[in-house]
Design a protein around this ligand. Structure first.
Ligand SMILES: Cc1cc2nc3c(=O)[nH]c(=O)nc-3n(C[C@H](O)[C@H](O)[C@H](O)COP(=O)(O)OP(=O)(O)OC[C@H]3O[C@@H](n4cnc5c(N)ncnc54)[C@H](O)[C@@H]3O)c2cc1C
Length: 444
């Protein structure tokens, strides 16, 4: 069954590998990749001995141990990875606050600690007394769950920085299942200085020793190298009888890992309402700024959140040279700063670098004299935005693709907040479906 996989990010590559592992003839596989390298959002880049991930700091973590093991095997096996214990903080004025914030209130200045504890207790009491359901607006949800103090000191400014929208434009759907509720006793213990764990999600993670996170996608692509057509952007998908033609070449099966928002411009015959649903899905872009430092690493931090405007435009910095010593030359270190942009709008220009560095200096995380150089990578689509129209637009879009015998797979092809492990899980679940279709003679 001649199969086209559009896009050679982790989703497309994992599907191709899983198909071949399941007995699919590699000669029937054709991956189309617009850029000159595989990996998509998982790609990494090395500049003068400093390696960084082009779409923000990535870690390998999965609740599914088998998936993590499969990804490690692709990336060179267990020994090719560094295991770390997550050490994440929030920068607050001149101090670090333990993450998650609600477990670290004792690290705050006394007044802010009081505001947060008071608000947390009031919100807890209110939920208990009223039995109220979680509000659908994200902004209201933050207050319902954490109270006014945590909202004002952390959640509101941090989320406004990341999402570039009023928080009531967003729904609370995306946090469901992602933010476990801290027991009130733990919050109170933390507030008076007794250490509590908080949630242990991603408390240990892995990262490739060499080559950045992209070593995983490079490894996935290795055996498929001759099946990937690099620098081959797909520009047109059209029906030919029961099949689809990709830029005029006919295929029995087409898997799409490209963004839903781009499909109306590529696929012939998308109905107007479906095209509108696809193209109006909201997203955010990202600028990733590597800061190469002329100093050895002097912390054991994994990453730090920067919620406040005076800390500059970056919302997070990742201490990449702590992930793997190979990410920086001997005696030097690096971190990676992430700045989001509102989808469809241009990211800031060259002034961004100065603004980020000045913010980090004000936050006490950097001294200008230490900076060797910076390097920037932008990605057009980094975050799915969960606005109130999201669920319906996504439903309409996916239903049409599936009705029309196209297989959407991946973070932006399904418009899901999926990490790479979830992309792999979904790719490996799709492989048996396609293998069955092959056995059935090309069509299910
Ligand atoms: C800031 C940030 C932090 C993250 N952190 C983590 C993390 O710590 N751990 C983790 O596991 N995941 C993390 N992720 C998520 C992870 O990056 C994604 O889930 C994953 O990379 C998505 O892979 P994909 O293959 O579905 O999509 P993509 O990587 O977007 O791949 C799509 C591919 O299609 C190609 N393409 C686009 N248009 C065309 C065209 N017309 N023709 C041909 N090819 C085309 C693109 O070039 C790209 O290679 C993070 C993401 C972001 C943005």
């Amino acid at each position: 069954m001649k199969t086209a996989i559009l896009g050679a990010g982790v989703s497309g590559l994992a599907l191709a590998r899983a198909l071949v592992e399941g007995g699919f003839d590699p000669a029937d596989l054709h991956l189309f990749e617009a850029t000159d390298a595989v990996g998509g959002l998982c790609r990494s880049k090395t500049v003068d001995g400093f390696t960084y991930d082009v779409a923000g700091g990535h870690i390998l973590y999965s609740k599914d141990a088998q998936t993590a093991a499969w990804m490690k095997a692709a990336g060179g096996g267990e020994d090719a990875f560094v295991e770390s214990v997550r050490n994440t903080k929030i920068r607050f004025g001149d101090r670090f606050v333990k993450y998650p914030f609600e477990n670290g209130l004792g690290d705050l200045p006394a007044e802010a600690n009081f505001d947060c504890v008071k608000g947390y207790v009031e919100a807890w009491r209110e939920r208990l007394a009223s039995g109220s359901a979680a509000p659908a607006d994200f902004g209201a949800w933050v207050r319902w769950r954490f109270g006014d103090g945590i909202a004002a000191h952390f959640m509101d400014p941090y989320n406004e920085k990341v999402w570039k929208r009023s928080l009531d434009h967003l729904t609370s759907d995306w946090v469901a299942g992602r933010v476990p509720e801290a027991p009130i006793d733990d919050v109170l213990r933390g507030a008076v200085g007794i250490s509590t764990e908080g949630y242990t999600h991603q408390s240990r993670f892995a990262y490739p020793r060499r080559g950045g996170f992209g070593a995983i996608t490079d490894g996935l692509a290795g055996p498929l190298a001759d099946r990937v057509r690099l620098s081959t952007p797909v520009t047109r998908l059209a029906r030919e009888g029961e099949d689809w033609a990709v830029d005029g070449e006919r295929f029995d099966c087409v898997v799409v890992t490209l963004s839903l928002t781009d499909l109306p411009g590529l696929i012939e015959g998308v109905p107007v309402d479906v095209g509108r649903a696809m193209s109006e899905l909201e997203y955010n872009s990202l600028a990733s700024l590597l800061v190469a430092l002329d100093r050895p690493e002097h912390t054991d931090l994994s990453w730090v959140y920067l919620p406040h405007p005076e800390q500059g435009p970056a919302n997070r910095i990742t201490y990449l040279s702590n992930y793997s010593p190979d990410n920086a030359p001997d005696g030097r270190s690096s971190f990676l700063c992430e700045v989001t942009g509102r989808g469809g709008e241009a990211l800031p220009g060259a002034e961004l670098t100065g603004d980020v560095l000045a913010g980090l200096e004000r936050a006490g995380l950097l001294e200008q004299g230490e900076v060797l150089f910076t390097d920037r990578s932008d990605v057009r689509q980094a975050y799915v935005v969960f606005d109130h129209a999201y669920a319906e637009r996504r439903r309409v879009s996916l239903a049409w693709l599936e009705e029309n015998d196209l297989f959407p797979l991946g973070r932006f092809a399904r418009f899901d907040y999926d990490n790479s492990d979830q992309c792999v899980i979904k790719a490996r679940a799709l492989a048996p479906v396609l293998l069955e279709r092959t056995r059935a003679g090309g069509r299910s």
